[in-house]
Design a protein around this ligand. Structure first.
Ligand SMILES: [Ca+2]
Length: 132
């Protein structure tokens, strides 16, 4: 597992198809991090193109409550420490400052209904920088 050095960015690939993307990056409690999907990068929910901020569609509003993060957009980039659902946080295209509330491996996913990952495709490159 990789521990980040302050000010030294690290890149990891996040696959929309994976329920959990294990990054191999270790986040440390109390440390602060910046997350950014740089430039124009897209992933796909069936034929819908989305960036890391995700998308909304009126005809899908009935299903929003079934998303892993019901209050965040479809295909928004979500981060987590470990694989329990309790510390999930929205990253989107950019999260300027996140203070880790525990230590553990950093995981990510595209926000979707749990049984609907089969039609997801595409990857984003996420850049992570430890700030302090
Ligand atoms: Ca899907």
């Amino acid at each position: 597992m990789t521990k980040l050095q302050i000010g030294s960015p690290s890149e990891t690939i996040i696959d929309a198809h994976k329920y959990w993307n294990a990054t191999g990056i270790f986040l440390e409690i109390g440390a602060t991090y910046k997350f950014e999907v740089q430039g124009e990068q897209f992933w796909y929910d069936a034929k819908i193109r989305s960036d890391a901020d995700g998308y909304t569609k009126p005809w899908l509003s009935w299903a929003e409550m079934f998303r892993r993060k019901p209050n965040e957009n479809w295909f928004s980039l979500i981060g987590n420490i470990g694989q329990s659902g309790e510390q999930e946080f929205l990253i989107g295209k950019k999260l300027e400052r996140y203070k880790a509330s525990s230590s553990g491996e950093f995981f990510c996913y595209a926000n979707d209904v749990p049984i609907m990952y089969f039609n997801n495709r595409g990857t984003l490159i996420l850049t992570i920088t430890r700030l302090s």
